[in-house]
Write a protein of this length. Structure first.
Ligand code: 13P
Length: 288
């Protein structure tokens, strides 16, 4: 059974660790994430962007696949299926499709419109026992073709959005999606501290979790971050392992071209990356 992120992140916030949000892209990715979480007894949030949802055949396909895998793999740890950077329409579609959580990214709307849409989605999600994440200040980098600058959210605006009853809040603190540029200034802990002071116990989300130095991750967790989103690092690990397999000519040996063989090293690499992240985020054993 899929669960909302609410209890997972509340516990993480109180016990000073973060739950891993791992973006999934296909069947192998999903199995890798579920298997790793189960092995490490860690709660997990499976993130699905609108682009990834479309790629996998639609949100209903994704929800049914995740629920069926959870059952067939005998998964016992808490699993949330969460729409990542959802539009208003996308959020409604995921609510219908059987997701357990959505993120409404209304950062491109004027604030009043963002607030109105968010209020409606908060009510709908909570009526269905789902959780909802909102974003304040756009998070830079490229996400499904949308490029933004690393921004810092306004703490007052965070407070206003938090008070609408969202379960988790993503606030820009200089983080960006994708690879961090050489000249990246790092996370703004000043901003994070100011946000935390305004929103109190509200669990915060750190997007763009790939490639952030370990000490910054730990400090962010100590300042209220309870969910960290990771996508790019799994993609890079998958691509590198797959390239190594092909460059070694393994696809041309025996039945090495069989997708079940060809995709295996990449899948193992995703698992290793998720394990590394879970160790760093401190969430191993937290599902017990
Ligand atoms: P990365 O791709 O930088 O890990 O970011 C993932 C993310 O924040 C998804 O919302």
């Amino acid at each position: 059974m899929l669960v909302p992120v609410t209890e997972m992140v509340k516990k993480a916030r109180a016990e000073h660790y973060a739950v891993a949000h791992i973006n999934i892209n296909n069947l192998e990715w999903t199995k890798a994430a579920l298997q790793t979480a189960e092995e490490l007894k860690a709660p997990i949030i499976l993130g699905v962007s609108e682009g990834a949802g479309k790629y996998m055949g639609g949100f209903k396909v994704v929800a049914d696949m995740v629920k069926a895998l959870e059952e067939s793999m005998g998964i016992t740890v808490p699993v949330a299926l969460h729409l990542d950077h959802g539009t208003y329409e996308g959020a409604k579609a995921c609510i219908e499709a059987g997701f357990s959580s959505v993120m409404f990214d209304g950062s491109h709307y004027p604030i009043e419109e963002n607030v109105e849409k968010l209020k409606e989605l908060v009510a709908t999600c909570h009526a269905k026992g789902m959780s909802i994440e909102a974003e304040v200040g756009s998070i830079g980098g490229e996400e499904d073709g949308v490029v933004g600058q690393g921004e810092c959210a306004d703490p007052e605006e965070c407070k206003r959005i938090a008070d609408l009853g969202v379960d988790i809040l993503a606030a820009g603190i200089g983080n960006i999606h994708g690879k961090y540029p050489e000249n990246w200034a790092g996370l703004s802990f000043e901003t994070l501290d100011a946000i935390q002071a305004k929103v109190g116990d509200m669990p915060l989300v750190l997007h763009g979790g790939s490639g952030i130095p370990e000490d910054m991750i730990k400090k962010a967790i100590s300042l209220g971050v309870a969910k960290i989103n990771v996508n790019t690092e799994c993609q890079l690990a998958f691509a590198a392992a797959t390239r190594e397999y092909i460059e070694a000519g393994k696809d041309q040996q025996g039945k090495g071209y069989d997708p079940r063989k060809l995709l295996a090293p990449g899948t193992e690499a995703i698992k290793a990356t998720i394990k590394e992240k879970m160790e760093l985020f401190g969430c191993i054993g937290k599902a017990e």
